[in-house]
Design a binder for this molecule. Structure first.
Ligand code: FAD
Length: 324
């Protein structure tokens, strides 16, 4: 009996979501009275692998293979499933990132496991059953799901569980499972990054704007607010459809789903398709000149006012606060 956690990295550096899933896996292992093994695939410094112990992993299986230097869904899923068998894992935890969304169902199918994707809380454990709260209907609702199969796969939403430092160190072990040739038929040759800024799914703060901004020439104030907050920028679908902003910023049902600690929506009406991608945010602040805008119904804080007056004042107030 054990818990296995997959730790995702970008160019050899673990993402914050990796520390979140290890912390989450450790909390589950404590509830089950067992330990956590992490699996890392690709080139990562051994010191960084050992440091996963600081978040609760007692062991790290490290798969280092030139053939796995770039992310390949099928091959990574086979490796994680092999690792789960190697450590007799009852529970496999994966971050519900872009890659994790492809991996979790594949790993679950290979292990004939029950899957909860989009988990937002620690599960309740009742014998062999895990009861877990997860997002449903593209983030429009939450579902309480019971996983009753002997093996379980949980994909945890980024920013849903805090990073917990334990002060431990992990023992690192090389792991070289067979990789079926069929898993390597679609291989990424090269990745060109669109931006060096924090990516939307990983962002802790998101400043998002909609058609209320009137045109692309007005985004300077959105970018300035994002910069003072250390936030990523996002937009509604019509804004990216009109070419005011890149499609990589479009959030919602047909765009990226975000789950930051703080989502600031400026001049966005709050259509259900937009809310589908942002409702997992911890705190939602809405700025809209229409007091009846639907977004206010899901807001934690709302400012009824003209964005062109409110946003510069908000930015100035945050700068003044940070200056002090
Ligand atoms: P609008 O609806 O035009 O709202 C603009 C808002 O700005 C209004 O509330 C207005 O009061 C406010 N405003 C205007 N001027 C100011 C000002 N000066 N200061 C402050 N506030 C101001 N949309 C998405 O965003 N993401 C999706 O993934 C998505 N998927 C879709 C999928 C389908 C199948 C369909 C049919 C639609 C989808 N949509 C999606 C579109 C969605 O239904 C809405 O049309 C869209 O979200 C509206 O964008 P908006 O709020 O920016 O614009």
């Amino acid at each position: 009996m054990s818990v296995l956690v997959y730790t995702e990295h970008t160019e050899g550096k673990f993402k914050k979501s990796a520390f979140e899933v290890v912390s989450y896996a450790k909390a589950i292992a404590d509830l089950m009275g067992t330990s956590v093994t992490a699996i890392s695939i690709g080139n990562v410094d051994s010191a960084d692998l050992v440091a996963l112990g600081n978040y609760g992993a007692s062991k790290v299986l490290h798969v280092s293979s030139d053939r796995l230097a770039q992310f390949i869904n099928q091959a990574y899923a086979s490796v994680i499933a092999a690792a789960a068998a190697h450590v007799a894992a009852d529970v496999v935890v994966i971050s519900n990132t872009f890659s994790g969304k492809g991996l979790a169902p594949r790993v679950a199918a290979k292990l004939e496991a029950a899957l909860a994707d989009g988990a937002v809380e620690l599960p309740e454990i009742d014998g062999g059953t895990l009861k877990i709260k997860k997002t449903a209907f593209s983030g429009k609702a939450f579902a309480l799901t019971e996983l009753t199969a002997p093996r379980k796969v949980i994909a945890l939403n980024p920013n849903a569980f805090e990073v917990r430092e334990t002060g431990g160190t992990a023992q690192v072990e090389a792991f070289s499972p067979d990789i079926p040739a069929g898993d390597l038929q679609a291989v990424i040759q090269n990745v060109v990054r669109a931006t060096d800024k924090v990516t939307l799914p990983d962002a802790e703060i998101v400043v998002s704007a909609g058609r209320g901004l009137k045109g692309p020439e007005n985004w300077a104030m959105i970018e300035e607010l994002a910069e003072v907050l250390g936030a990523a920028t996002a937009c509604s679908k019509p804004v990216s459809d009109a070419g005011w902003r890149p499609h990589s910023e479009h959030v919602g049902q047909t765009g990226i789903a975000v789950s930051p600690n703080l989502y600031i929506a400026i001049g966005i009406s709050g259509a259900i398709q937009h809310l589908a991608g942002v409702s997992a945010s911890k705190t939602i602040v809405v700025i809209n000149k229409d007091p009846d805008a639907p977004f206010f119904k899901v807001a934690d804080y709302g400012i009824v006012g003209d964005a062109f007056e409110v946003v510069p004042k908000l930015t100035a107030a945050i700068k003044a606060y940070k200056g002090n």
